[in-house]
Design a protein around this ligand. Structure first.
Ligand SMILES: Cc1cc2nc3c(=O)[nH]c(=O)nc-3n(C[C@H](O)[C@H](O)[C@H](O)COP(=O)(O)OP(=O)(O)OC[C@H]3O[C@@H](n4cnc5c(N)ncnc54)[C@H](O)[C@@H]3O)c2cc1C
Length: 513
């Protein structure tokens, strides 16, 4: 029997069709709400595999799923509009949108708005980056990078091209210190080698001797997200693959040369393609919304509370790369926590009382688990006057420190997806209607996978440490997709496994697209 339709459903508008948005749709009871999704991208894209598409390992169309197809597959009922949200009127609960296709602008009313618009390329205002570098956010970006590398090899293969120019054409640069940058370096190198092996033997050996991939790193450590042993292993792998790691600051990017600061002077590095993967800053729409709210003081993302509600706004939420959780979760109620922790009511917190507090806080906020292990260290660093007790001022400083730990989530697909799923549950259970709620987002670290070349990968398994996996491409992918099963649909897993197996048997696709 069909369930009776709920009348006057609350209108939920979701901006975006990425991990955050689909995470929410996957848990939200679409029968209870009137849902509209607005996004210029009419498909969901599995970004962790975008680098693999540029190197011909996986087909571009294999890593996407149309938004409406997702709705049919998961039996979720929602309306989708292919448009950019250009502005949000927080007074009248209205969003203003511009369609992707040539058509009139339109507006939508919401009872609840969920902003899941992702991040925006961070260029640090370095001259020439926007004009000359490639970014990697879309399928078109992936195609452009691949074609640029192929075009450079074909040009270098021509008879009248001077040697110096051939060397420049064979130098591909990746800028960034994160896992995506490192993965791209390995993939570009594998791709170039495979493309070169299709040339005549003399050209192949000449161009192979010129082929070079460099990473200009923007982080302190090449592999700072993983543990030290894996980090060392990765650096050795890079050396063996002859990927040069450059630590100098970029001053400007020209069309054929990158200017690097070296001591007091500037050196020019000739390059063919420069892939800019330095992380994200605030997305323009998110910045526009933030500028309307006094409470929004963070210049890099929208600030939300522990239930992902936008600070300073009513009925508005933000998830994923465009959001950061307020660092005031504990400090806001420090007096209450202090009174509860002070079991013997002597007006100070001793070590035993603090120990009880660490257990109760980490139960409520799993992100604070590390304070149980480090409670002694935390207590001692907070105890400024070294009297073995925490006075109220010392306690306040400690709460601020813990707030920072609590809200430190990585900007990843998994975080966005978990936040979206949390919000779906939040709405289903009616928690969104309460003024005060204890239903707060709890991050679960699922680990990560990073390609290091030649079908080898580094796997970080959350609390179970790290491992290196090798094997046939199909097996490796199946293993990692099982790992990421919360994020990847079955049809996508089948398509990608088939692509990987195909490229393993017949070689990767090196044609210009
Ligand atoms: C190349 C690459 C590789 C990556 N690899 C990994 C990885 O291996 N593992 C991992 O965990 N993470 C990885 N990430 C990071 C991961 O993709 C992001 O953290 C994740 O996509 C964030 O999800 P989101 O929903 O916040 O944003 P997104 O997934 O970026 O989605 C944003 C959505 O908002 C839409 N949008 C933009 N502007 C508007 C507007 N004005 N109005 C309406 N909609 C709008 C966009 O079209 C898009 O649909 C990678 C990212 C990239 C770029």
């Amino acid at each position: 029997m069909n369930e009776p339709e709920i009348e006057n459903k609350e209108k939920v508008v979701i901006l975006g069709s990425g991990f955050g948005a689909l995470g929410m749709l996957s848990t939200l009871d679409t029968k209870k709400f009137d849902i509209s999704v607005v996004s210029p991208r009419n498909y969901f894209m599995y970004t962790p595999l975008l680098p693999a598409t540029t190197s011909g390992l996986v087909n571009f169309e294999s890593i996407v799923e149309p938004v409406r197809f997702f709705g049919h597959r998961t039996q979720k009922d929602f309306k989708y509009y292919e448009a950019f949200c250009e502005d949000v009127d927080l007074e009248t609960n209205t969003i203003h949108c511009k369609p992707v296709q040539k058509s009139n602008s339109f507006s939508l009313q919401y009872d609840h708005l969920v902003i899941a618009v992702g991040g925006y390329n961070e260029t640090f205002n370095i001259p020439g980056v926007t004009q000359h570098c490639n970014f990697l956010n879309s399928l078109n970006d992936g195609r452009r990078i691949r074609n640029r590398i192929i075009d450079a090899i074909e040009t270098a293969n021509l008879p009248e091209v001077p040697e110096e120019e051939k060397k420049r054409l064979m130098h591909n640069v990746i800028v960034g210190g994160g896992p995506v940058a490192r993965e791209m370096a390995s993939l570009v190198q594998d791709f170039v080698q495979e493309k070169l092996s299709s040339l005549a033997p003399e050209s192949e050996s000449q161009l192979k001797s010129y082929a070079k991939v460099s990473i200009i790193k923007t982080d302190d450590h090449i592999h700072n997200h993983y543990d030290y042993a894996i980090s060392k292993c990765y650096e050795k792998k890079l050396q063996r693959k002859e990927i040069e790691v450059i630590a100098n600051t970029i001053q400007a990017v020209g069309d054929k040369e990158i200017q690097l600061k070296k001591g007091d002077s500037t050196v020019s590095v000739p390059y063919s393609s420069c892939l800019w993967l330095t992380g994200k800053t605030i997305q323009p729409l998110a910045a526009k919304i933030a500028s309307k709210l006094e409470e929004q003081e963070n210049s890099l993302a929208l600030v939300v509370d522990a239930s992902l509600k936008l600070q300073g706004a009513k009925n508005v939420y933000a998830v994923g790369d465009c959001a950061t959780i307020s660092q005031k979760t504990l400090i806001k109620k420090w007096e209450h926590i202090f009174l509860e922790t002070d079991l013997n009511k002597d007006g100070v917190i001793d070590k035993d009382e603090f120990s009880v507090l660490t257990h109760s806080l980490s139960k409520k906020y799993p992100g604070l688990k590390e304070i149980i292990r480090r409670k002694q260290e935390f207590f001692e660093s907070a105890d400024i006057n070294k009297d073995g007790k925490l006075q109220s001022e010392e306690f306040v400083a400690l709460m601020q420190k813990m707030d920072k730990i609590l809200t430190r989530f990585p900007s990843t697909a998994s975080t966005a997806s978990q936040q979206g799923a949390f919000l779906g549950d939040h709405f289903n259970s009616g928690e969104h209607l309460k003024e005060e709620t204890d239903h707060v987002f709890k991050y679960k670290h699922i680990g990560g996978y990073e390609y290091i070349g030649a079908e080898e990968g580094l796997v970080e398994r959350g609390s179970r440490g790290t491992a290196i996996i090798t094997g046939t491409p199909g097996a490796t992918w199946l293993w990692t997709s099982a790992y990421y099963s919360v994020l990847v649909s079955l049809p996508m897993r089948i398509k990608v496994s088939t692509n990987k197996l195909y490229s393993h048997i017949f070689g990767r696709d090196i044609s210009r697209l």
